[in-house]
Ligand binder design. Structure first.
Ligand SMILES: [Zn+2]
Length: 58
């Protein structure tokens, strides 16, 4: 099998949903976007109605 080694290369990246910046965290405890410093990099701006808050690509 020549596919498994791709599994070995596991790079964890985080993409900020606010500014779109992607980085590799040095710590597992990530609190802020490395670029725009928002603590809400992992979530979209909270919609008024969460049930209608589907992720849309802009
Ligand atoms: Zn950001």
């Amino acid at each position: 099998m020549c596919y498994y080694y791709y599994m070995e290369i596991k790079v964890t990246t985080i993409t900020c949903k606010r500014c779109g910046y992607t980085w590799v965290p040095r710590k597992t405890d990530i609190r802020l976007c490395a670029k725009c410093k928002t603590p809400y990099f992992d979530r979209e701006r909270k919609p008024k109605n969460e049930k209608e808050g589907e992720i849309k690509n802009e």
